[in-house]
Write a protein that binds this ligand. Sequence first.
Ligand SMILES: [Zn+2]
Length: 416
Amino acid sequence: MVFLLLSSYVFSAKAIELRWQKGETFSEYLDTKGIPQSILEKVDEGDVQFFNEIHAGQKFYELVDEHGNLLQTLIAINSEMQIQLYKNPETKEFEFDIIPIEHETNEYFAKVEVTSILYNDIVAQIGHKMLAARVSYALKQAFNARNFKVGDEVSFFYTQDTRMGMFYGAPHIKAIMIKNRGKEKFICIDEETGRGYDGTYKMEPYTVTSKQKVHYTVGDGGMFSLPLQHIRITSPFSLRRWHPVLKRYRPHHGVDFGAKRGTPIMAIGDGRVIYAGWMRGYGNVVKIDHGGSIVSLYAHQSKIKTKKGAFVKSGNVIGYVGNTGVSSGPHLHLGIYQNRKPINPMNMISRDSKGRSVLKSIVKYEDVDEIFYKKVPIPNAQENKTKLLELLRNQESSYIWKNMQKISKKEDEADS
Ligand SMILES: [Zn+2]
């Protein structure tokens, strides 16, 4: 019955593609069409839910006669089924049904002349934006678009599902032939990804996971490394903090790392020692000039193991953790100054070295993924190539989508 209805409409009817209005209910839709609300009472209870699931912006179709009278409305409820509201030709009454979505798949051939950008040429000459996008994508890796010359030709064939004479879903490009500056170039398409290849093979990546030795070395990559092998921050950098010994608010122009007395302290970067000795408050202290007006300071040391004027490398031991000067327990106070202004040391230490040893390189065995490539034949490539060559011999004209019987109230957003 349904198919008879459809086919009896086909010759005089026109399909209109529309989008469901925001906030519009199905009953309001019936009002706009002058269809009595009473027909809603006939909707099966199990089907009522589908009427509520129609959402704003959803595409739907109206089939109208030559006078513009509604014959049928089709609203998809998923990719397979649709609500059909149709005028029964015998009773002249509207009825509902839920029917499968009928769409057909056809193959189309296209030949496009390059006049500017291929995408624009396809849109102008074939009238199918999504097709233009798919062809451009397919060529992305296989052909440098800059090499196109005005007068070049791009031929291809593709499949497109249609529903009531309109696009249904995206096209699938099968094969492309480029006539570039008189030379022919064949592009095979991997239908799974839509990518084009210059040849019937593609390189497919695969991953091999293996245990590999990984070296983490001192301070590579970052500006500064950590001054201790293991760090535990006991007091952060602060412009105003409660000083536990002085029992007053004081700025803390450095960061305190708790550590056992005697723990080796390492230079955080290469530089020249500009101070190594006693300073009030800081006890045994070392200052290193790293160049660029940056100075680092290591305070409260139990013992200093460098001299003023010495050149040190990042990771060199310059002293040992202690409790000298004004200090509530063994710890390292690390200060960093730029142009004599204190800055937060944690902002100067490379991310990579945070929480890791910087004394010596660490060797770890880690899972490492390596990507290899293998040559894989593109499915149907040879077959599609043969077919395209045949189409090129026998067919001149392209199927022009913009000439099809279609009234679209709004620009099809999905195609742009
Ligand atoms: Zn401190």
